[in-house]
Design a protein around this ligand. Structure first.
Ligand SMILES: [Zn+2]
Length: 145
């Protein structure tokens, strides 16, 4: 870490504190003795390949939003847990690029297990179901289980 005051790299960590999504470190420069703070956060490098062919940085908040939309009025904690579960499944694929359709399928599988109505709502968007016959087919896959 470069000192913002003198640009030397030797610093001493005075204090580390674990925050929600990062680690905060108070540092002191060994060269000029000025103090500053650094924040350390975990970054994953995952690209999402969209249907139209362009790539986007993976953003779990977008996935969460679509889950929330599909689930309607349910507890925020349920949404968070579900999102976390889906995020882990995506990350455990250990890949650098994932198709948006694949993410959609992971979400669908989880919703199918936990919330049938949300599953249908999500499926109708994700699979772009406009044909009532197709919707019926989707319903049947749920009912059969
Ligand atoms: Zn310095």
């Amino acid at each position: 870490m470069y000192c913002p005051f003198c640009s030397k790299v030797d610093t001493k960590v005075l204090e580390s504190r674990l925050l929600n999504d990062s680690i905060r470190r108070r540092r002191e420069c060994l060269n000029c003795s000025n103090r500053f703070t650094t924040y350390e956060t975990a970054k994953i490098h995952l690209k999402v390949l969209k249907r139209k062919g362009h790539e986007q940085e993976f953003d779990i908040t977008k996935v969460k939003k679509s889950i929330k939309r599909a689930c309607g009025k349910i507890e925020a904690e349920v949404i968070s847990n579900l999102t976390r579960k889906i995020e882990l499944k995506i990350l455990n694929k250990k890949t650098n690029t994932i198709k948006s359709a694949e993410i959609g399928n992971i979400v669908l599988n989880e919703l199918k297990k936990t919330n049938k109505m949300a599953y249908l709502r999500f499926a109708s968007v994700h699979k772009e179901i406009e044909d009532p016959e197709l919707m019926k087919k989707e319903l049947n896959t749920i009912i059969k289980r």
